[in-house]
Structures are given as structure tokens and as C-alpha cells.
Design a protein around this ligand. Sequence first.
Ligand code: FES
Ligand code: FES
Length: 160
Amino acid sequence: MNTVTIDLQVNGTVHQITVAARTTLADLVRDHLDLTGTHLGCEHGVCGACTVLVDGAPTRACITLAASVDGGEVTTVEGLDGPVIDALRDAFSAEHGLQCGFCTPGMLVSCCDIVRRRPGASRQDIREELAGNICRCTGYVGIVDAVQRAMAELDQEVAR
Ligand code: FES
Ligand code: FES
């Protein structure tokens, strides 16, 4: 078996891990680091359930080779921290932005990115930004409402 040794930071902790060369980033965080909040749905880069941040950018962990992240910084849903994720967690709960929760880790990672990058995004903008995150049971109204609620909440905090 071909193996590779990868140095990377995950949720602020430095790791050196030797894995099979074909190991995906999703399998690395789930199977080697027990970070099972990164969900696997389609495993084809379509559903977004496996979304993590790599060097700050939303990335499909199921179609990203772990070796390609050597030297990089990964944030999984477990590592999200601060006012943006706090506001989103509250807003997802208040706006019924989830039911079964399977898509939710990927949604939260993508939504954090949207709130940070496009704080004034319209409903249509949010829908377009979330086009790569599929929810099979809640629909998207509650999720978009939650993103807008989190944005408004954060806006008020800045104004206070
Ligand atoms: S599991 Fe990665 S995009 Fe669906
Ligand atoms: S909450 Fe069930 S798939 Fe989105």
C-alpha cells in the first residue's frame, strides 16, 4: 500500500498522520481524528454534507485527497468558534433550519463562510451561495431565514 505522511492543522491542533495515499480528507478527519461531525452523503462532491474549511475556504472533503492538504489548515464543524457560529446555531434552532440534521454540519460550515464573506447578502444571494449544499428534509426556507437572522443579530451586536 502506498502511504503518505501529512502535516496539517485541524481545528487548531497540529497533526502528523500517515495514511494510504488515496485517503480523502473526509476519511482522514472521521477515521483518524474521530471528527465525525463531517458527514458523508453522496461521496461525489454533490451534496455538501462533507464541507469543511481548508485554509478558510469551503471545500468538499469527500473529493479532496488528504495529501493535497499537506501543510494546510482545516476547520471542521467541531472547530467553528466565535460569534458567527454562535449566531447561526441559535438562528438554525429559532428558524427550524434543520430536521434530521444530516446536512447541518455542511450547512453550518458554508453558512459561516457566507455570513463572514457576504454579510449583506439577499435571500437570492444566500440561496445561490448554498446551491452546493443539499437538504433532503427541511427545505431551504428555514435555512435561509436562519442565515438572515444570524446576519441581523450580528449587525445589532456591532451597532451596540
Ligand atoms: S459527501 Fe461530499 S459532497 Fe456529498
Ligand atoms: S435537515 Fe435533514 S437533510 Fe437537511
